[in-house]
Write a protein of this length. Structure first.
Length: 255
């Protein structure tokens, strides 16, 4: 019987080794697998290479992992923002290495790894420092740079629901990098709000087939949801959040 579920986040991240390359899903905090990151911090793996769109927000999730100085290098497209003070401090002190990758190239390089593509040409970055040292080729009058796939030992992904086979359904924009990262890692570990019986997921709604998933753990519904619907919350500065278009006052979000 196929059953990819595990009983705890600690069990889910067990065996991640020092020096591992780890993809972490999420666009900012949307879709970030915070409980799995916290479990990785407790597990103790260090000297990690992290692949994420950002470089951490505030003091939680990926930022907390950085603050513990467990990360040697990060590959991302958007390292600096108003609440990236953990990364900023480490980078200025020379305590973390950064590889900056344009967002489109980042997504396509990850997707290429999952699809088995050896390399591809992209026009993004041509004429800048990001293309220095790369093979250039002119195609139909436009210059392209050769880009190679990004793969990982482990992917930590946040999804909405799963069954015991590992089939995944995401919630709106929280999907972001999850599906391509799940396909690009040797071991894919997923946290979900709930695990449902086989057959409960509409096959047309399954985004990541279970063949790409190795471990699934249920962490419960997020605090800003109620029965799957946005129920409000606060941003990193404690200001109330409301759904875009709501008559309530506060910061609008589109989850």
């Amino acid at each position: 019987m196929i059953d990819k579920t595990v009983g705890s986040v600690a069990e889910a991240v067990a065996g991640i080794r020092d020096g591992a390359t780890i993809m972490i899903g999420g666009f900012g905090r949307a879709g970030q697998p915070v409980e799995l990151i916290d479990a990785l911090i407790a597990q103790g793996a260090t000297d990690l290479t992290i692949i994420n769109n950002n470089a951490g927000n505030g003091d939680v999730g990926l930022a907390a992992l950085l603050a513990k100085k467990r990360v040697r290098k990060i590959l991302c497209s958007f390292p600096r923002q108003h609440d990236s003070w953990v990364f900023d401090g480490l980078y200025r002190a020379g305590e973390i290495e950064l590889e900056l990758v344009p967002q489109g190239n980042l997504a396509e390089r990850i997707r290429a790894a999952g699809a088995g593509i050896g390399a591809f040409f992209s026009p993004t970055g041509v004429g800048t420092q990001l293309a220095e040292g790369k093979e250039l080729r002119e195609i139909d009058g436009r210059t392209y740079a050769l880009e190679y796939p990004i793969k990982a030992d482990v992917a930590l992904v946040g999804a909405y629901r799963a069954d015991r086979w590992g089939n995944l359904v995401y919630r709106e924009t929280a999907r972001n990098f999850g599906p391509i990262m799940a396909a690009a890692a040797t071991t894919t570990i997923v946290q979900v709000d709930e695990i449902v019986p086989l057959g409960a997921l509409d096959p047309e709604s399954v985004v990541t087939p279970g063949i790409f998933v190795d471990r699934v753990v249920a962490v419960g519904e997020r605090g800003w949801l109620s029965d799957g619907a946005f129920a409000g919350g606060v941003d990193i500065e404690g200001r109330p959040l409301v759904r875009a278009g709501s008559p309530a006052e506060g910061n609008e979000v589109d989850q």
